[in-house]
Ligand binder design. Structure first.
Ligand SMILES: Nc1ncnc2c1ncn2[C@@H]1O[C@H](COP(=O)(O)OP(=O)(O)OP(=O)(O)O)[C@@H](O)[C@H]1O
Ligand code: SF4
Ligand SMILES: [Mg+2]
Length: 367
């Protein structure tokens, strides 16, 4: 186990201005999870369910309201100074948007070398330059790209620069918050496979936030499904996709992603609006949208219970509702996910990392 969250909460205070009433948003509301060293752990759920907040709590970019975070056996919930700097070195972040997350005024060499200036101040300039060249090659770029600027690269290339930057300090954990959803589908496949290869070759632990179920199925060992700040189901990826136990997971898997859309638009959609995290429903928060809801669901919060096939589910009635595994209908409806998976598999065949030609400049489309 490398990273653990225990009953982690983050509540944001909002409003209280001239036109808005004071409110409390329960963005993360009692999340417990463990991430094992070397695995890829995915977090999935609709927009606003608290995925990014959870990721930021795990790497202490946000101060939790309650609960605890443990990294490699050490409680880092309130780490400061040198301890926090060590955590920053060991746990790195890849952002969704490679366009805005890179400072346009810095050359690629400076961008990738900057974390080394912070975390390895004793490193000579030559050693740093050599390390930057090595990092660029690791992500399928060329050493001479160090002298160029972010605007000269396409979206996929920029995300590679972001990945090289994240790798600079030799982290043990990388958290990717929608790392490919801003990219074109064909480019997504390459970046997804690059991350998977790097994870395997460098023995990294990956925490992956993605809306795209194909990305999750392709890459992750285990998945946690979030709804309104809580984990409602968690288990090994193959089991969870084959026999989802929670009605919300079933609904997510049945929602049809659109292969033609860019990643962001292919988000799974399910019936009804997600309630506001500032006023979550009583009992099981999913009861306002759940086709199986009964009286008990409105009054009692279901605990996250272990199920026989090794996942944990927070539903009072999981035994009854999910008795027959998903019928063929569900599989047919997720044909677009299957097609996307096929694309990733094909991209994995042959060259693992597709190098970028030296002469290539930004076309806005090419990887
Ligand atoms: N700094 C903040 N102040 C107030 N509310 C916040 C803040 N950050 C997040 N929230 C709220 O917390 C909830 C969870 O947000 P979060 O960004 O974690 O969701 P998400 O699952 O990552 O969504 P998305 O898929 O759209 O990225 C949302 O209702 C959001 O508006
Ligand atoms: S506890 Fe009730 S409302 Fe919640 S998911 Fe289960 S059946 Fe649906
Ligand atoms: Mg987010």
């Amino acid at each position: 186990m490398i990273l653990e969250a225990r009953d982690l909460t983050k509540h944001f205070r909002t409003g209280g201005g001239l036109f808005t009433a004071k409110g409390l948003i329960k963005a993360v509301d009692g999340v417990s999870l463990t991430v094992e060293a070397g695995e890829t752990f995915a977090i999935v759920g609709e927009s606003g369910c608290g995925k990014s907040t959870l990721a930021r709590l795990l790497m202490r970019l946000l101060e939790p309201t309650g609960g605890a975070v443990t990294f490699d056996g050490t409680d880092v919930t309130h780490a400061k100074g040198r301890d926090l700097a060590a955590l920053r070195r060991d746990v790195q972040f890849i952002f969704q948007d490679p366009f805005s997350s890179l400072n346009p005024r810095l050359s690629v060499g400076r961008l990738v070398g900057e974390p080394l200036e912070v975390h390895a101040p004793g490193m000579s300039r030559d050693a740093r330059r050599a390390r930057v060249a090595e990092l660029l090659e690791q992500v399928g770029l060329r050493p001479e790209h160090a002298d160029r600027y972010p605007h000269e690269f396409s979206g996929g290339q920029r995300q590679r620069i972001g990945i090289a930057r994240a790798l600079a300090t030799g982290p043990r954990v990388i958290i990717g918050d929608e790392p490919v959803s801003a990219l074109d589908v064909s480019v997504q496949a390459q970046v997804v496979n690059l991350l998977a290869d790097l994870g395997r070759d460098l023995g990294l632990t990956l925490i992956l936030i993605a809306h795209d179920l194909a990305v999750i199925r392709h890459m992750s060992d285990r998945v946690a499904v979030m709804y309104l700040g809580r984990i409602v189901e968690q288990g090994r990826t193959a089991d969870l996709f084959e026999t989802p136990r929670h009605p919300y997971t079933r609904a997510l898997l049945d929602a049809v992603p659109d292969l033609e859309d860019r990643g962001g638009a292919s988000r799974a959609r399910i019936e009804g609006e997600m309630p506001s995290p500032s006023d979550p429903p009583s009992g099981c928060a999913f009861h306002t949208r759940c086709p199986f809801a009964r009286d008990l669901c409105r009054s009692a919060v279901p605990p996250l219970e272990d199920t026989p096939n090794g996942h944990a589910t927070a539903c009072h009635f999981w035994r009854e509702i999910t008795a027959p595994p998903r019928a063929g209908r569900g599989r047919d409806r997720s044909a677009a996910t299957t097609a996307r998976l096929e694309l990733y598999r094909k991209a994995t065949e042959g060259a693992q990392i597709i190098p970028v030609p030296t002469s290539e400049t930004n076309t806005g489309e090419n990887p």
